[in-house]
Design a protein around this ligand. Structure first.
Ligand SMILES: [Zn+2]
Ligand SMILES: [Zn+2]
Length: 369
């Protein structure tokens, strides 16, 4: 008898998610099969579910891209992780949720966001083998070329769930924009990405971190993640916030501003609170066709670098894991994850995530397949 596993299956945008049972796939030589222990519910999963961004896979499909698990089977040609360390059945692993092709103009130019990075699943429906291509399922099949790294001992699974998306995104973005020792870094948004940004920027050498959000509880948490100053958009005007940042920097302006709030309208404020020569990193606005007005002068006559960053490079994941191992003792990372749902309650998990997002809760919802 073939072994089977359960998977959550999305049948269409804004439709209830179903549970289906599929045979566990036989492995090709370069594949790895992982038993997912915990999966994260990310903002982009909500956007996809609501139909706001194009899905990565045709319906019906198994959603979920954040997660971690243990190796249950290794293909003959896949006995090591991406750093060449031996992998064995039972090892905990973290992996990228995309597979850059390595052969397009972007890949050859060293740019992330390869247009073919979801090719391995872009045409696969959930009912067709190998079925298990999302983290909201008991199993996850890792493809040839999909980066996979052994997880160091001592990091709880819960902290690992967002490592391959939110945390790696933040680490790569901050690397690209560059943090100088002593920089003043303003973070627009104190959700999961914003809190990671505060802590990682601090650990990369930021001298001062300013966190901006509309929810007092998030701003309290931001202080525990390294923010020296918090500004509540519900209680201050844009002019007051810009002035507060200028005052904090002796009339100079911030060195770096990071947009991780996903609200287009914050961009002009970012330009105004940056110093001439300041750097603006944009990672939050992933929904297409929403616009905002900016005053280009503020980026030219008071010059700025503007950088949008999508996904990350292969070196990021192992460093993210190393960072987590130490940072979990310095920052309350466990407060980023709270509620957990079994796979059969995935619809409740999505509805609750929607509510939690509206209420401004930070805690990520976890699914335990
Ligand atoms: Zn994500
Ligand atoms: Zn490519």
């Amino acid at each position: 008898m073939t072994a089977t596993g359960r998977a959550a299956v999305a049948t269409g945008a804004d439709q209830p998610i179903e549970l289906r049972e599929y045979p566990v796939p036989a492995l090709a030589a370069d594949e790895i099969l992982v038993r997912t222990t915990v999966a994260g519910l990310c903002g982009s999963d909500l956007h996809i579910w609501r139909g706001e961004v194009p899905p990565l896979q045709p319906y019906p499909s198994v959603p979920g891209h954040e997660g971690t698990g243990r190796v249950v089977a290794l293909g003959k040609g896949r006995q090591h992780d991406t750093l060449g360390r031996p992998l064995a059945v039972g090892d905990r692993v973290a992996y990228s949720y995309f597979v850059p092709c390595g052969e397009c103009w972007l890949c050859l130019s060293g740019t992330t966001g390869c247009p073919n990075r979801y090719q391995f699943k872009a045409h696969v429906r959930a009912d067709d083998p190998p079925h298990f291509l999302g983290t909201y399922a008991e199993y996850m099949l890792l493809h040839p070329g999909q980066w996979v790294f052994k997880v160091p001992d001592g990091i709880p699974d819960d902290l690992l769930a967002p490592v391959n998306c939110a945390l790696s995104q933040v680490i790569y973005g901050l690397h690209r924009i560059g943090i100088w020792l002593g920089d003043t870094v303003v973070v627009q948004g104190a959700g999961g990405l914003g809190l990671y940004t505060a802590a990682v920027a601090r650990d990369m050498g930021a001298g001062q971190v300013v966190s901006i959000d509309a929810i007092p509880q998030r701003l309290d948490l931001a202080r525990d993640f390294g923010a020296d100053l918090t500004l509540n958009v519900a209680e201050t005007t844009k002019e007051e916030r810009v002035e507060a940042v200028w005052e904090l920097t002796g009339g100079v302006g911030a060195d770096v501003c990071v947009e991780v709030v996903g609200v287009p309208g914050v961009m002009q404020e970012g330009l105004e609170l940056l110093r001439p020569g300041g750097r603006y990193l944009m990672m939050g606005n992933i929904v297409p066709d929403v616009s905002t007005d900016i005053i280009p002068h503020d980026a030219v006559r008071r010059p700025k670098q503007l950088l949008g960053v999508l996904s990350y490079d292969r070196w990021v994941l192992p460093r993210a894991l190393t960072w987590l191992a130490g940072a979990q003792h310095r920052y309350p990372l466990d407060r980023l994850v709270s509620r957990r749902y079994p796979l059969e309650q995935i619809n409740t998990a999505f509805t609750d995530a929607e509510w939690a997002a509206q209420r401004g809760e930070v805690a990520r919802i976890l699914i335990e397949p």
